[in-house]
Design a protein around this ligand. Structure first.
Ligand SMILES: [Zn+2]
Length: 698
């Protein structure tokens, strides 16, 4: 379909106009779905508004070309199929928009003209912040909440009564005196602060993040399971009325009186509304709200002006999809298009590499934005973000600016996909993509300045050196002041005793306690020592396995250095240890062959003593003691796991594979190639019965 987007509306011929209207209908429908049903807008609100306006302008020029599916006949989205559809008693119309004071003046002109009044006649307006949330209609029958419906397409909405009931500031019953039936309208929203918490929680759980508080509110309300809605921090501001059956109840005469009435019934009405007598007062209020929007804990995207006098509202009535008595004066968008100049990499406390978009500075919602998070490599690939691209940036409240999408048509022919760096930009160590994670991680460990404090925290933690009284805040303080840069520095902290005693919040006693806690840890078990190094993937269990296998630190370090060559027997030996996979082996070998890490460990060795591995249950008289054994085939009387534990209990080491170093192969039923190999190498082979006999010996 050809589009004539570049041609000004006034210059379109009939044929072009018809084609353009068709293109706009399809495009706007897509954006409606993206925005309302998928909560994933593709374009900024301003760009969307400009499409709507262009569509309207063309329809005005060629009224007979107006399509049956014209976007101007629709307000929002069609309801999803999953909720019961409800026809509104009174249509939930949207508002016309004004983007500058001139357009507000035009709105006033139209209004005065319609009423046949001169512009000098005073008409009061209520100016209210336009909450960027989700409109809802609440029906109260005899004072009880009987139904809640979303706006839907303005005529038909979705029944979300059960979900709305979970929102604490939607009253289940009205206070005081009320009409027989009344519909209260307002906005459901999520506070910015709650939105940040919600997204942080979702990130932790690996869920997709909401783009902004509005999408979060929409996604949370339109849940088929009300329990999920209940778990979300939704709130409600009431701002207006729908159908009403007074049954003798006296209705308010002005919009302001209605706002007071809504509060008396138990609703929360946004307190930031103002009664305005002139256009200037309206514009002043708009400017004031635009300046203060960052201080509010909820998103607003403009100010709504409503005629205060309800009898005038009645006279003014509606034009096709909006009331004549109100207009939304929008703020400048919180989204903007700019150029992605570069992608840099930030290194977090745990060594995770996070890509950051360096942007051509652009004003987004009144704030200059020059950087935005790109989350991870997958995100960059998924959105196909490339250096040099034009991108749409969105900022919502205090949230870190995000890149919504690339504008593909502006991409240069020479642009290339971004290649994620293989090195840490802080310390230069190789980065590795950890199995099962989307993130890349720096392998620099303790030598990487970005990770040092976190590594030190691990070093002193309970299962490592277990130094009480040395928390993360102290470590950060000591690191910043240069007292503790590496683990060895902890054992030299006593040299700064005088300085420590003089610190705020540090008494002589607490310093003494800390220093003595450190002194007590100058002797450390081999397994704790391995664990404390914070080698990726090496937890307590694998540290224990290695300590058991290598028995003492010098032998371990020596063997790891030899294992640097993958074809070495030392590497093979490490790889063969039961419970140590190849990825783990690679990480250990890489860490312990890194010159900087070696320097850190050697420095530490000057301060502490690492005790050889102790296993009190082992008798060195046992036939299995010190032997390297392997298993093959199926054992009948114990599981493979149990057999290995048994072998280790007697001081044997269990290998996965057969090598020249293997002393003994235990063959169960259906033994495989290991048996053949062992025969070739002349290794002693025993059956399960002999194995069980061996296990009986003490
Ligand atoms: Zn690093």
């Amino acid at each position: 379909m050809t589009t004539y987007r570049q041609i000004p509306v006034q210059q379109l011929n009939r044929e072009q106009a018809s084609s353009e209207l068709a293109a706009l209908a399809t495009e706007i429908k897509l954006h409606n779905q993206q925005y309302h049903q998928l909560d994933a807008p593709l374009i900024s609100d301003q760009e969307y508004d400009s499409l709507i306006r262009r569509n309207q302008a063309i329809e005005q020029l060629y009224p007979d070309l107006k399509r049956i599916d014209s976007p101007s006949k629709q307000i929002g989205y069609s309801p999803a199929n999953t909720f019961e559809k409800v026809i509104h008693r009174q249509a939930m119309l949207s508002l016309d928009n004004a983007f500058n004071p001139d357009e507000v003046q035009e709105f006033l002109n139209r209004l005065y003209r319609f009423l046949g009044m001169s512009l000098s006649t005073n008409i009061d307006f209520i100016a209210e912040p336009k909450i960027d949330g989700l409109s809802i209609n609440l029906t109260y029958t005899n004072g009880q909440l009987t139904q809640a419906t979303t706006r839907g397409d303005g005529m038909v909405g979705e029944n979300v009564t059960n979900n709305a009931r979970t929102i604490s500031n939607i009253p289940a019953a009205l206070h005081g005196i009320f009409p027989r039936l009344v519909e209260v309208r307002g906005e459901i929203y999520i506070a910015k602060s709650h939105f940040i918490q919600l997204n942080a929680q979702r990130e932790k759980q690996g869920d997709t993040l909401f783009a902004n508080p509005r999408n979060a509110a929409a996604g949370s309300l339109r849940q088929l399971d009300p329990a999920i809605t209940a778990s979300r921090p939704l709130q409600f501001f009431a701002y207006g009325l729908g159908a009403i059956d007074t049954n003798g109840w006296t209705t308010p005469k002005t919009h302001q009186q209605w706002l007071i009435q809504l509060q008396e019934w138990g609703f929360i009405v946004n307190a930031n509304y103002r009664l305005c007598h002139t256009l200037q007062e309206m514009i002043d209020f708009h400017q004031y709200m635009e300046k203060s929007r960052d201080q509010l804990d909820y998103d607003i995207d403009g100010v709504v002006y409503k005629v205060n006098d309800l009898s005038l509202q009645q006279r003014l009535g509606f034009i096709s999809r909006a009331p004549r008595w109100a207009v939304a004066h929008k703020f400048s968008a919180e989204q903007a298009t700019t150029t992605l100049k570069d992608i840099t990499i930030q290194v977090g406390r745990t060594g995770i590499l996070t890509p950051v978009a360096e942007l051509e500075p652009v004003t987004v919602g009144g704030v200059v934005v020059s950087r935005a998070t790109l989350h991870n490599e997958d995100e960059i690939n998924r959105k196909d973000i490339r250096i040099g691209d034009k991108v749409l940036v969105r900022r919502a409240g205090d949230v870190i600016p995000q890149i919504m999408h690339v504008i593909p048509s502006t991409r240069s022919a020479t642009s290339k996909p971004f290649v994620f760096p293989q090195k840490c930009p802080v310390c230069g160590h190789p980065a590795k993509r950890v199995d099962g994670l989307v993130a890349w991680r720096c392998t620099g460990g303790i030598t990487c300045a970005a990770q040092a404090v976190e590594r030190l925290r691990h070093f002193v933690s309970r299962d490592a050196f277990d130094i009480t009284g040395l928390g993360i805040r102290h470590l950060e303080e000591f690191y910043r002041d240069g007292f503790v840069k590496t683990p060895a520095d902890i054992f030299r902290l006593h040299q700064h005793q005088d300085n420590l005693v003089n610190r705020v919040g540090w008494g002589k006693l607490s310093v003494q306690n800390l220093l003595s806690a450190i002194e007590q840890r100058r002797h450390i078990s081999f397994e704790r020592f391995i664990y404390s190094l914070g080698i990726p993937q090496i937890g307590q269990v694998s540290a224990q396995i290695m300590a058991h296998y290598y028995q003492e630190l010098p032998r371990f370090l020596h063997s790891m250095r030899q294992a640097h060559a993958k074809e070495s027997s030392a590497y093979q030996e490490l790889d063969d240890i039961e419970g140590i996979g190849q990825a783990m082996a690679d990480d250990i070998v890489m860490t312990l062959n890194d010159p900087e890490q070696i320097a850190v460990i050697e420095d530490l060795m000057r301060e502490i003593t690492v005790q050889p591995y102790k296993n009190l249950q082992i008798s060195d008289n046992h036939a299995l003691y010190g032997k390297i054994v392997a298993f093959t085939g199926t054992l009948q009387h114990m599981s493979r796991h149990e057999a290995k534990a048994m072998a280790e209990k007697f001081g044997a080491k269990v290998a996965n594979n057969i090598s020249k170093k293997t002393d003994l192969l235990i063959c169960g039923e259906d033994a495989g190639s290991k048996e053949t190999q062992a025969k070739l190498l002349g290794i002693k082979i025993i059956d399960e019965k002999t194995w069980l006999d061996l296990c009986q010996q003490i």
